[in-house]
Design a protein around this ligand. Structure first.
Ligand SMILES: [Zn+2]
Ligand SMILES: [Zn+2]
Length: 144
């Protein structure tokens, strides 16, 4: 598998995610220790730790502990995309169902194996969501 194909293979469209952002409320988190609620840059130790997502252990969430305590509804209302390489929440998604039927469920974790931050491949702009790969594979539809 050549690099380009491999990259394509690993790809979840961050560009597309950004485009969709306005429509469906996907928020790519630029600096990951910035809290999504108070928008403040917090020390990593002030961020909520997710003991396990079921796949990845000790994940840093996109909320600071103070906000998580104060706004439990907002915190549980989002789906999260976790990078297994960084062990951090890299994006938050408002729940919705895609045209393909793929569901983004509040409180559920979705996983990418790498992201532009931890990937050694220059110019990685996409990485595929593991749960989506399974969902599409089981239905015989191409990843989109
Ligand atoms: Zn906060
Ligand atoms: Zn990463």
């Amino acid at each position: 598998m050549d690099l380009l194909r491999q990259r394509d293979h690993l790809a979840h469209k961050f560009a597309v995610a950004r485009e969709r952002q306005a429509k469906v409320g996907t928020v790519a988190i630029p600096q990951r220790s910035v809290c999504l609620i108070c928008k403040k840059h917090k020390p990593v130790t002030d961020m909520v730790r997710i003991p396990t997502t079921g796949v990845v252990k000790g994940v840093m969430d996109c909320f600071c502990s103070a906000c998580a305590k104060e706004h439990p509804k907002e915190v549980s209302a989002l789906a999260r995309i976790v990078c297994a390489g960084c062990r951090e929440v890299v994006a938050a998604v408002e729940p919705f169902v895609e045209r393909t039927g793929f569901p983004w469920v509040a409180g559920r974790f979705y996983h990418v194996s790498e992201c532009p931050v931890c990937s050694k491949k220059l110019g990685l702009t996409e990485s595929q969501i593991a749960e989506k790969i399974c969902f599409y594979k089981s239905r015989g539809i191409p990843y989109s």
